[in-house]
Design a protein around this ligand. Structure first.
Ligand code: ROI
Length: 158
């Protein structure tokens, strides 16, 4: 089993309910145990003209291979009505693999640690509830350094 952290986000169709349903679905994944879920946080979209997002992070222990987990997460997104129209468009549910054990993954479909982890308060602050801040990422960066460069600004803990 490897410890995996999943970023959850939604800004359509009752975002808090979307996240609750997604957490339930994560708990039903095969060969996987849901360990913990962070608080939910609301924040403005990084792109103007979109509804506010609700975000959270979940910790899982899984025996699934990374791409199998990615397939399973995309199936949950699709089940919850995600339509892949525009790349950065509003979405009912976004599930991102942030960290996968201490693996560095660089595949066309999956880069881990997740590209956009740094500087995103709605990812780092919920993750900070679940990890030791002394954590060193697979790419060598210290979690505490990422967090120090990422003020809580604009986040509303729900
Ligand atoms: N903004 C916030 N606050 N939360 C997100 O999850 C999020 N996701 C996105 C963009 C549009 C970049 N902005 C976001 O994809």
């Amino acid at each position: 089993m490897e410890r995996v952290y999943i970023g959850l986000g939604s800004n359509l169709a009752d975002p808090q309910e979307q996240l609750r349903n997604a957490v339930q679905a994560l708990g039903l994944l095969p060969d996987t145990t849901l360990v913990r879920v962070s608080s939910f946080y609301a924040s403005d979209s990084l792109l103007p003209g979109q509804p506010r997002y609700t975000n959270a992070v979940a910790a899982l222990d899984t025996a699934l291979a990374p791409l199998d987990l990615l397939d399973a997460l995309q199936a949950i997104e699709t089940d919850q009505g995600r339509e892949r129209k525009e790349r950065w468009g509003p979405r009912t549910l976004d599930l991102d693999i942030l960290l996968f054990g201490d693996r560095l993954i660089d595949e066309p479909r999956l880069k881990v640690p997740h590209y956009h982890m740094q500087a995103r308060p709605f990812v780092l602050h919920p993750l900070a509830e679940l990890v030791h801040h002394s954590l060193q990422l697979a790419d060598g960066r210290l979690f505490s350094d990422l967090l120090a460069d990422c003020p809580f600004e604009g986040l509303e803990r729900l």
